[in-house]
Design a protein around this ligand. Structure first.
Ligand SMILES: Nc1ncnc2c1ncn2[C@@H]1O[C@H](COP(=O)(O)OP(=O)(O)OP(=O)(O)O)[C@@H](O)[C@H]1O
Ligand SMILES: [Mg+2]
Length: 375
C-alpha cells in the first residue's frame, strides 16, 4: 500500500493513478470531508499530530508522498523513521518556507527576485528602501493561490501593509522585488531515487487575482528558450537532490532572462494537462518515483490548454446547455473534483482542451473563458 498526506484533488488524482498501477492507497487528511478519503483503501481522518493515526498509517504503507508542502515537517520526519517519504522531509523544510527556499536557490546560483527576510512588521521600511518599489510582501509559510501577499507600489503603502502584517496569524514574511515579467512559465521535473530525471515541456500560465486561470502546453515561446527553462528547472531539482515530482514556476523577463518564482515538491495545477495530453501523467510519475519504479515518458501527444473552474465558474458552466456543450465539444476533457461546496476562489475542477494545432486548443479554451467571463 502507498500513502499520501492530504486528500484534496491532487491527493485524489494520485490515488487514482496508484490504483490503476495496482496499488492500494492510504490517504491521511485532517478534514474528514475531502474527496480522496472517499476513494481510499485506508482513509485516515485525524489531526496530523495524532500518534494513533501515525501508527495506523505508517504500519500500513511502504512509501509515502504528499499533495502539498504545508504538512508538518515533524510528521514527515516521524514517518521517515519507519519508511520512505518522497520527497524527503529535508526538502519539505526548505520549500515550505519562502525565505529558506529563496536562500537555498540563491546559494545554488539559481536566479530569484531580490528579496529580504521580514521577521517583524517594523523590518518592512528598511527592506523596501533597499529593494526599491514596487515590491511584494509574502507570508513565508502557508501561502497559496496568491493569499498572504501585499503589493507595495510606493512608500505611501508602507504603513497600511505594516498594519496588515501586524494582524496576521502567520509570520515571518519575505519582501521581494516585483518583476514586470513578459510571461509566467512552469516546468514539471520528475526525479527518481537513482537520479534518473524527466523534464516535461515548458508550459505558459496566466493568473487572475493570484490564482492560476489557464495553462498552455507547449508555451508559445522560442524552442531554445523553452529548453533553457527546462534546463533551469532541472538544475533546481538536481540541487535539491529531490525524489518525486517537482514544479518550478518561472518568470520570463522582456530581455529573455528567467527567474525562479517558487518550487513545489509535488504535482501542480499547471501540470494537469499531462493527465490528458502526455504519455504518462504527473500523477503516475509521482507514483512511479515514490514506489521506485522506472520513470515514464513525458511526451506531449498534442497541444493542450487547461482552464481552471474556480468558485462560481462551476455554476456558470453548469447553467443551461453549458455542460452539454462542453461534452459535445471535440477535444474537451472535463475534470470535477467533487468538493462539498462552492466557495469563492476555490478550485472546483478544470477543463483541458486538446487539438491538433495550438491555435485550435486556444480557440476552444477562449470559448469557455467567454462563458466564464474571464478578463
Ligand atoms: N515577485 C513577483 N513579481 C511579480 N509578480 C509576482 C511576484 N511574485 C508573485 N507574483 C504573482 O503572483 C502569483 C502568485 O505568487 P506565488 O506563486 O508566489 O504565490 P502562491 O500563493 O504560492 O501561488 P500558487 O499557490 O498559485 O503557486 C504569481 O504566479 C505571479 O503571478
Ligand atoms: Mg505560485
Amino acid at each position: 500500500m502507498v500513502g499520501v498526506l492530504g486528500g484534496g484533488q491532487l491527493g485524489s488524482m494520485f490515488a487514482v493513478a496508484a490504483r490503476r498501477l495496482g496499488y492500494r492507497v492510504a490517504v491521511w487528511d485532517q478534514d474528514a470531508d475531502v474527496p480522496a478519503l472517499k476513494i481510499a483503501d485506508l482513509p485516515v481522518a485525524a489531526p496530523f499530530a495524532d500518534p494513533t493515526a501515525l501508527n495506523r498509517f505508517a504500519g500500513s504503507v511502504s512509501a509515502v508522498t504528499y499533495e502539498w508542502e504545508n504538512i508538518p515537517v515533524a510528521l514527515g520526519e516521524a514517518l521517515e523513521q519507519r519508511l520512505a517519504v518522497r520527497p524527503a522531509s529535508r526538502i519539505l523544510r526548505i520549500l515550505q518556507n519562502r525565505v529558506e527556499q529563496k536562500q537555498f536557490l540563491a546559494s545554488h546560483n539559481i536566479p530569484v527576485a531580490t528579496f529580504r527576510p521580514i521577521a517583524a512588521p517594523s523590518d518592512l521600511r528598511a527592506a523596501a528602501e533597499s529593494i526599491g518599489f514596487p515590491c511584494l510582501c509574502k507570508t513565508a509559510t502557508h501561502g497559496y493561490d496568491g493569499k498572504g501577499q501585499w503589493r507595495l507600489a510606493g512608500a505611501q503603502d508602507l504603513a497600511s501593509v505594516q498594519e496588515q502584517l501586524g494582524k496576521q496569524a502567520h509570520s515571518p514574511w519575505v519582501l521581494e522585488q516585483f518583476l514586470a515579467f513578459d510571461k509566467e512559465l512552469s516546468v514539471l521535473v520528475v526525479r527518481g531515487a537513482d537520479g534518473d530525471k524527466r523534464v516535461y515541456p515548458t508550459v505558459e500560465n496566466v493568473h487572475e487575482a493570484g490564482i492560476l486561470r489557464t495553462s498552455r502546453a507547449p508555451a508559445e515561446i522560442d524552442p531554445r528558450l523553452a529548453q533553457r527553462a527546462g534546463d533551469l528547472a532541472a538544475s533546481v531539482v538536481a540541487a535539491l537532490e529531490g525524489v518525486g515530482v517537482f514544479c518550478v514556476e518561472l518568470f520570463l523577463m522582456p530581455d529573455g532572462g528567467l527567474f525562479v518564482n517558487e518550487v513545489a515538491p509535488r504535482p501542480h495545477n499547471s501540470g494537469h494537462y499531462t493527465l490528458d495530453a502526455c504519455t504518462v501523467s504527473q500523477f503516475e510519475q509521482q507514483v512511479r518515483a515514490v514506489c521506485g519504479l522506472p520513470l515514464g515518458e513525458v511526451r506531449l501527444l498534442c497541444p493542450a490548454v487547461m482552464v481552471n473552474l474556480i468558485g462560481e465558474d462551476l455554476t456558470k458552466v453548469s447553467a443551461g446547455e453549458g455542460l452539454a456543450n462542453l461534452f459535445r465539444q471535440p477535444g474537451a476533457k472535463l475534470h470535477l473534483y467533487g468538493k462539498k461546496s462552492v466557495r469563492p476562489g476555490r478550485k472546483m475542477g478544470h477543463v483541458t482542451f486538446l487539438a491538433e494545432k495550438p491555435a485550435q486548443a486556444w480557440e476552444s479554451a477562449e470559448t469557455l473563458r467567454r462563458v466564464l467571463r474571464c478578463p
